[in-house]
Design a binder for this molecule. Structure first.
Ligand code: CO
Ligand code: ZN
Length: 345
C-alpha cells in the first residue's frame, strides 16, 4: 500500500499530471519491454506476450479533480479558482489546498464567513462555487508576484488507513493506477500483448484515453476506475450501486459505455473459477476511459473493472483493501487467460 499512498499524495489536475507521471514511469519501466509518453502526456507501457494473443489495452487515469487559478484580487490577494473536474462545492468549504506555482508550492485555505455573521437567509443557502476563495496568508503584492493565472490547485490530504479502508483525496483514480501496475507485476505467463496506459485528462472528458487508444488500436480495452459505493445511512439498498468489501465490481453499463457482454461473462467466470470476490455494477451516471476506447477506429471490445469507493469526489474517498486486492487478482488472471477469451459479437 506504500505505492498507493505515494500515488494518492502526488498532485496532478487534468493536463498537469507530471508529478504522477514521473511516479508511474519509474514503476512501469521496471515491468515492461518498452515505455513512452505521447503528446497528451499519457504513459504507454508495452509488455510483450508469449504468442499470438489479442492486444489488450489497460487504462487508468492519472489526473485528479482540482482547479486553476483564475483571478488574484488586486487589493486583498485572495485567489479565485476555476474547476477542472467536478468537485461538489459542499465538500470544499474549510479545506486546505496547495497552489502549485512556478517557484514552488504554497499552502492555502478555502475560507468562508463564520456562522456568527451569517444572516438567516445566508445560512439556508447552499454553498456555491462562485462564493469560494483561497487565502494564502500573504500580502497582495507577494501573492501577485508568486501566483499566476493558470497555476493549478489541488486539495491537501494525507493518506490514511481507517479500519479495513484506505482513505485519501484522488483515490479516483490513483487506486486504478495502482491496480493496473500491481496486476502487470503479477501477471507472469501471458500470451496477449499488454499495453498498460496511465491516461491523462479523464475528468474533463476521457481525452487521454481517446488518443492513446487510437495509437495502440487494441483488440480489447479494460479500464480500471473507481465507482460509486453509496452503502451508507439514508440510502436505499437499490441505490447502493456497489458495496464496500463485496469485491471488485464488473461493470455492465455506465453512461459512457456498455461493456462487451462476452467480456462481462469471461470476467465473471474467471472470478468464480479463481474464487475472487466480485459484484456486478450498473452505474446510472458517470463514465470511464472505456467510453473513449470503445469508440476508437472501428470499435473496440471494452469493459471496466471498478473499485467500489465511498464519498467520491471528496477528500475522504474511501475504498476497502479486500476490494483493491480482488481487483488486482481478477485483472492479473484475466491477462493470463485473455488469449482464450471469445469477445466477438
Ligand atoms: Co472522477
Ligand atoms: Zn475516475
Amino acid at each position: 500500500m506504500e505505492l498507493l499512498k505515494r500515488l494518492c499524495e502526488a498532485h496532478g489536475v487534468p493536463g498537469r499530471e507530471e508529478a504522477v507521471r514521473a511516479l508511474v514511469l519509474s514503476e512501469l519501466e521496471q515491468l515492461c519491454d518498452e515505455i513512452r509518453t505521447d503528446a497528451l502526456g499519457n504513459v504507454i507501457a508495452f509488455k510483450r506476450g508469449s504468442g499470438h494473443g489479442p492486444k489488450v489495452m489497460l487504462a487508468a487515469h492519472m489526473d485528479e479533480i482540482g482547479f486553476l487559478v483564475s483571478h488574484v484580487d488586486e487589493k486583498s490577494g485572495f485567489v479565485r479558482i476555476d474547476p477542472v473536474g467536478g468537485f461538489d462545492p459542499r465538500v470544499l468549504m474549510a479545506q486546505r489546498v496547495v497552489v502549485h506555482t512556478e517557484s514552488g508550492d504554497l499552502l492555502g485555505i478555502i475560507g468562508s464567513k463564520p456562522p456568527h455573521i451569517l444572516s438567516e437567509e445566508e445560512r439556508k443557502k447552499p454553498v456555491e462555487f462562485k462564493d469560494l476563495f483561497i487565502d494564502l496568508g500573504l500580502p497582495a503584492d507577494e501573492v501577485k508576484k508568486r501566483v499566476r493565472i493558470g497555476d493549478f490547485v489541488t486539495l491537501q490530504q494525507d493518506f490514511a488507513e481507517i479500519g479495513h479502508l484506505v482513505s485519501c483525496k484522488a483515490l479516483d483514480d490513483r487506486v486504478g493506477v495502482y491496480v493496473m501496475i500491481e496486476a502487470v507485476r503479477r501477471a507472469k505467463k501471458h500470451v496477449c500483448d499488454i499495453y498498460a496506459v496511465a491516461t491523462t485528462q479523464e475528468e474533463v472528458g476521457v481525452r487521454g484515453a481517446r488518443v492513446s487508444s487510437f495509437n495502440i488500436a487494441p483488440d480489447i480495452g479494460v479500464a480500471l476506475d473507481v465507482t460509486v459505493a453509496s452503502d451508507v445511512p439514508g440510502v436505499g439498498e437499490h441505490e447502493h450501486v456497489t458495496k464496500l468489501g463485496a469485491g471488485v465490481a464488473i461493470k455492465i453499463k455506465d453512461s459512457l459505455s456498455i461493456s462487451n457482454p462476452k467480456l462481462v461473462r469471461a470476467m465473471r467466470q474467471i472470478a468464480e473459477h479463481k474464487n475472487i470476490k466480485y459484484q456486478m455494477e450498473i452505474l446510472p451516471r458517470g463514465g470511464t476511459d472505456a467510453g473513449a476506447i470503445q469508440l476508437t477506429r472501428e470499435g473496440v471490445a471494452t469493459i471496466t473493472l471498478s473499485i467500489p469507493t465511498r464519498y467520491l469526489h471528496s477528500v475522504v474517498e474511501a475504498a476497502h483493501k479486500d476490494d483493491i486486492h480482488a481487483a488486482i487478482d481478477l485483472l492479473a488472471a484475466f491477462l493470463e487467460s485473455a488469449h482464450e477469451v471469445d469477445y466477438s459479437l
